[in-house]
Design a protein around this ligand. Sequence first.
Ligand SMILES: [Zn+2]
Length: 291
Amino acid sequence: MRQKRAKSYRKQMGVYLHAFKFREPYQTLLDDQIILQCHRTAFDLEKGLNRTVQSEVKPMITQCCMQALYMSRDEGAIEMAKKFERRRCNHNYKDPKSPSECIEDVVVVDGKNKHRYVVATLNEDLRSALRGIPGVPLIYINRSVMIMEPLSKASKEVQIAVESGKLTGGLNDAKLAGLRQKDDGLDAEGAPKTKKRSGPKGPNPLSVKKKKKEAKPSTEKENSSQAGNTEEAQPKKRRRKHKKSGEKAEDNSLEYSEEKSQENKEANHVGAGAETSLQSAEDVEPHSQDD
Ligand SMILES: [Zn+2]
């Protein structure tokens, strides 16, 4: 039962949020009677409100309701109410309005709940009056159970109007529908474009690797076919070895012959250039084949 109620309250607050543009924390006007009862029954009013609307609540009390509380002389209830934010109603404090009159006056502006108040009151007449105003969540306490009234007829009518407006407004209006479709098309086109921009910033690594692999075999073929290309290949080796051109040519020839015979000896001859010699050996192999 409790879960069922919580679910319906959540649904209801969703309507106030979306159809009536309520914002959290919900400003909640409290009348003097609900504060007095909560104090009398040790009911945690703020906690109960938060649980009922399932969100943060900002409890507020009008100046006239505060005056009524002072008249009750219930010090505990007065202390409790003093913690709540005071809502200035600008009614004459020397001749305050009744709490229900004051709350109704504060809530209803041009037939609407302009400031989007939740109203927690034990006054049935006030609740009845506020049911005629669309979008006023009404809360009361019955037998130490806090209850939120179901959506009033006035609220439901607005909710239906808002929802039907959202659902059918664009679809039934041909011009609007066309505009929306165009917008959607632009978005759809824009999305892939952005994807293309964001995706391949550098060259595709797979394609780059393939090019390198293809380049080597091609040079080998060229080396085998033409002697001129072998001369071009040698300068590349020179750069790697960081040696003079004359030495390189000799070293290369030495490396080819010695590599095939004894790798250890070659390493000793070349010394520090052992690594480079191994690298060059791969490049050099085609030459040796030619020789
Ligand atoms: Zn007032």
